[in-house]
Ligand binder design. Structure first.
Ligand code: SF4
Length: 68
């Protein structure tokens, strides 16, 4: 990567889930290291709006990640 990753990648729970093998790589490739500007999490973070750790970049909730 050449510095195009999302600025919140290092602290984002999506990174943690991915490293634990709980999250499909497609999310990282498509959003975190791709079009992060289309990530729902990104915009909610920017606005200071609450969003649960188990909310995926497209805004859907993945209950299987809850509490992981
Ligand atoms: S899930 Fe969204 S906010 Fe989190 S690192 Fe990926 S692009 Fe950034």
């Amino acid at each position: 990567m050449t510095g195009n990753a999302c600025k919140w990648y290092s602290i984002c729970p999506m990174r943690r889930f991915y490293r634990k093998g709980l999250l499909d790589r497609k999310w990282i490739d498509e959003y975190c290291k791709g079009d992060w500007h289309k990530c729902v999490r990104y915009h909610m973070e920017a606005k200071g709006q609450y969003h649960p750790d188990w909310m995926l970049p497209d805004g859907s909730l993945d209950e299987s990640l809850r509490g992981r």
